[in-house]
Design a protein around this ligand. Sequence first.
Ligand SMILES: [Zn+2]
Length: 524
Amino acid sequence: MVRRLRALGFTVTAGSADTDGLRQMAPQVVLQPRGGARDHGRQNFDKSVRQGVPLADIRSELGEHADALTALYPDGIARLWGSLPTRQANNEKVRALRNRRVGDDVLFYAENHFFARARILHLFESSAVARSVWGADADGVTWEHIMALGEVEEFPAPVLAAPFLRRLNVPAPLRSLTLRPAEDYHRAAQLLPRHLQPASPQIPTPAPDATPQLSPADLLNRIGSLNTHRRAGSDAPSRHQPLSLLWAVARIATGKPRLAPWSSFRTEVGALLAEFGLPGSQVTPEYPFWHLQSSRLWEIHGIPDGAGPMPRTGVLNTAQPVAGLTLACAELLQDPLTRLQAVVTLCSTYLDDVDQRELLGRVGLAGYTTADGLPDEDLDSDDGEGTDQEQAAGPVPRRPSNSSRPVRNPAIVNQVKDLYGNACQVCMTRLQYKRRPYSEAAHIRGLGSPHDGPDELANLLCLCPNHHVLFDGLEIFIDVDGYVQQTHGGDSLGPLRRNVGHRINDEHLRYHRTLCELNRLTGK
Ligand SMILES: [Zn+2]
């Protein structure tokens, strides 16, 4: 980019940590509808952006722009996109045409998705070039406002546009060329795949992946093979990176943006390192902030040019870069099971001697210590689910004191109880209470955060109160063979009773099992 701007005769000051300088350099975002069948949008994108336009073919039309484009495209293939002129004086499109700049990013939009991103290298107006590349309509009107594009990246999968547009206060669907300022773009950019070109040449290029698509297994492998430093004379791996990753996973679990500014990282992870780091190790959050990049799970944006192999803390404080899990990782961690497995991997691999229960609570993952997602202290006030028939008769908030708790569907609660005739699926006990049969419906994967289990029959068991408490408390689980096992050892309680009319989702049982594994780790 800088080289190309210089080629065009711009003065570019690189390496300035001055925030005004950074703001001037930061790209705005141009939202570009590709156009539909009527406008030949797909064909035009294919022809003039994806394949590109040989400069030799338009040499005579280029005129005064020939030198600039030849400098920009040494291989002789130009990537071009144009816009029709508009007669309006001050609409969205006019403002975008007037205020877009060289260096801005263009997002191509079609059918409610963004599918590609490119940099503006040059802007010019030429109806001759436009007519030659894209033709003209019956009135001779053509896409004469032309962008010359570089660094064209087509996204591996189209990105749903609505959340991004909402963040930019742009109505969806996108109807016209629209420009938004750099601050807005920066705030919303985390919803897009990261740039293939690293923001700064100092970021080490990750080794190319054998498989371009990151799988949950890849993610867990990378989490389990962090390049943690070991101090001389110590077998214990440094906890800097694992604690930082746990903090980052917790951000995903609690719905926070995956990227965080250095100032938040320094404060929050610094506190974790102080409390849960190896005894005697220094509190140096700048190390994991930077070195986690080698894990291929982590990315940093906003390090000024020339900051050196690892920027000093002063540089971080001035530039306030942002860092966090890559988009691919963050997307995989949206899945509750993958997220839970990531937490288990971190705890079991690196955080053996830590008070993990305390740690999980500190990072906002206390929900992982019980099956229903509610921290321990709430259990005392929990009078059970559907403790009598009247309660189950209508939709009742699980915790009347807090309206944000999930509301359960009483119909499926009654259904699972009927299927088993109110007999516990673990011990067959059929209790009588107030001269009626009594049982409880237990969610296998809790409804609350961070488990986000569904309120459906395949996620329910019919249990007696004892086994409900033990199941929710992660003291018992169902193994792969369908036997009820005790988390902390001891004999199996026998097979889980099943009714042919009750399809239990094995994924939910697996989730609960993984949760028990975490509980075994944290409870020792
Ligand atoms: Zn029972």
